[in-house]
Design a protein around this ligand. Sequence first.
Ligand code: ADP
Ligand code: MG
Length: 359
Amino acid sequence: MYVETHPRKVRGEAVHMTSSEKKAIEQAHNSKASSNPSIQVSIRSPANMDCSYELITEEARHKAIEEAFLTPESNHFISTPEVKEMEKRLVLWLKSGYPVHLIGPTGCGKTSLAVHVAQVLGRPVVWINGDESVTTSDLIGGYSQMQSESVRDNYVHNVFKTKDTMKIEWVDNPLSLACKYGYTLIYNEFSRTKPASNNVLLSVFEEGILELPTKFGEDRYIKVHPDFKAILTSNSIEYAGIHRPQDALLDRMVGLYADYYGYETEVKIVMEHTGIPKEKAERIVTVVRSIRDKLPDGQKPGTRACIMIAKGWQTSATGEDLAIDFRQMCIDVLASKTSSPRDMEEKKKLVMESAEYSA
Ligand SMILES: Nc1ncnc2c1ncn2[C@@H]1O[C@H](COP(=O)(O)OP(=O)(O)O)[C@@H](O)[C@H]1O
Ligand SMILES: [Mg+2]
């Protein structure tokens, strides 16, 4: 009887394989394909999602897509009684099952609050920024991507086989990810998006159904996951502007009006972001608030302006050659929304008065 002491090889590969054995191996090989790290699946994503990955498993693919829409971290978030109060209302309505619309002037803290609360909720967070060019498929995803696989088949001896397949595949964008898996969606500045693109939100908010208009049959409807939550923000001034969201959509959300935080909170925010001493933070906030009172809506400086001045002040303190007058720094920061020399003169005057007063 022939006893095999070592596998016989032809050019390095075992022979003696029946066709059924070969088939079995081939099948195993194929079924492993999706989890085989030697297979690279590269994803070209739809518009606005500027990323490409080498992906291995389905799970890893989702993770990578989620990462593409990852929210900014809420850094240096501080709480004061008024921040807590807003946070409580926001959480209350979300937990009651309603999407919440944060409305307020630029720089009052809407986005920070939304990001913070989303993190507190503890679910993955996906994020989209509204603008003129956002389409429904930026929200829900689409078929626009190609998947290509290259399989190096080297189980047959001496054969180097390459298989290229091109597949059109559906890629989820933030809204469908959030609806499917129960994530928290932050839709920042949603009223900048054309109302027609946002229509898809109507049935999500009302009936708990996401309709994917480009899909057919069963796939066309996704039941919204019970953990799905949505926080939308919009600027109170723009929001009344050209792309005013349709009433039907506004009716389906709870609106929380956010105004600039009070003096104490702003001082605390400035200190938290910059580490500047309290007296300096107070001086900055006093000037900014006094100017805020005097300028018309749309030109009012927000909390961000306070932080900018504080950072400038700190940098200015690092060297003789950088020493700049406090008032000049205020003017520079506030000039960002200035459109004419006359406008500039007026702002200078305001800063001079306020800064003098605060000194
Ligand atoms: N509670 C907070 N804690 C710390 N920083 C805050 C807080 N709220 C707002 N800020 C800061 O104030 C600035 C403006 O806030 P932001 O959320 O961007 O305003 P909006 O979205 O309303 O324009 C940002 O620099 C942000 O980091
Ligand atoms: Mg914002």
